[in-house]
Design a protein around this ligand. Sequence first.
Ligand code: ATP
Length: 313
Amino acid sequence: MNETAVKVKELVKRYRELLAVDHLNLEIKQGEIFGLLGPNGSGKTTTINCILSLLSYDNGEIEIFEKPMKADAYDIKAKIGVVMQNVAVFEELTVQENIDYFCGLYINDKQLRKQYVEEAIQFTGLEDFRKFYPKKLSGGLLRRLNIACGIAHKPKLIILDEPTVAVDPQSRNRILEGIMELNRQGATIIYTSHYMEEVEQICSRIAIIDNGKCIAQGTAEELKKLIKKREIITIDILSVTADDIEALKALPHVYSVTFEDSKLTILCDGGSHNLVRVLDYLQGKEYSFGHIHSALPTLNDVFLEITGKELRD
Ligand SMILES: Nc1ncnc2c1ncn2[C@@H]1O[C@H](COP(=O)(O)OP(=O)(O)OP(=O)(O)O)[C@@H](O)[C@H]1O
C-alpha cells in the first residue's frame, strides 16, 4: 500500500456563522491524482487553504507526508507546489524572472535553479514568451505561467485549484496533459474543479463535495455504482400512449419511463440488452423513431441522485 500523502480528519472551518467545511475526511495516497469535485461555493478552496495551513480551522487534524501540517512546517511546505485559482505573479517581472523568483524560494543552488526554471518553461510551453511581461500574455498563457511558478521547484505534492477556469480549449488540454505528465514523473496531485468531465478524465480517485461535506469518495466507477441509475436510454419519437409507458416500465431493469417534447427517456438500474428490449417493444408496435441514444451515468448523475441538485450550474 502506498504511503499517505495527505490525511484530513474531521476538518471543520467556519466563517462566522457559515459552516464552509463540515467534518471533512480525506485520505490521499502518494502517486494519486485526487479530484475534489463540487459546485461553486462547496468548500474546495477553503479545504485547500486549510490543508496548506494558510487558514486556521475550528476542528480537525491535517497530516502531509504523515507529519502534522502547521503554518511553520517549512520542511513540508518545500515539498508542496501550489497553483491557486487566481493568477498570482509579479507584473514587473518577465515570465522567466517570475518562475525564477518562485523557484528561488525553495532552491538555493544557482545552477540547479537555472536548470529547473528552464525545465518549467519547456514543460509549460512558454519558450517563446520567456521575455514577456504578464500583461502581454493571453489568459491561457498566464495560467501556464502560474503553473510554471508553482511546479518549478519539483514538488512531491502539487495542489491545483481550478487551473482551467476561463482558459481556451488548447491551453486546457495542455494543462490537463501537463498534470498527467507531472503525475507520471512521480508527483501526487490534488485537483479541484467543478468540471466533472475533467475530473473524470484525469483523476484516479474523486471526492464529491457539497456544502462543505464529502458526500462520496472513490474511483469514478465506484461513485457511479453508488446510484441506482446505470443506463439512460433516450429515443426521439413522435408519440407514445400511457399503455406503452406502462409496458416499457414492466421491462426488466427499467425503473422510470418519461415522455416529454417527443423524447422518450428510459432509466435502467443495471442488466444488459436493455436497449434491444426497448426497441423490440417499439418495433412490435410499429412505431417509427429517430435518434436513439444509450448512455452511462455521469458524475453529474451521481451528484444529482445523492443531493437532488445538478452539479452543472
Ligand atoms: N473569506 C471568507 N469569508 C466568508 N465566507 C467565505 C470566505 N471564503 C469563502 N467563503 C464562503 O465559504 C463557502 C465555501 O467557499 P469556497 O471558496 O471554499 O468554495 P469553492 O468550492 O472553492 O468555490 P469556488 O469554486 O467558487 O471557489 C462559500 O459559501 C463562500 O461564500
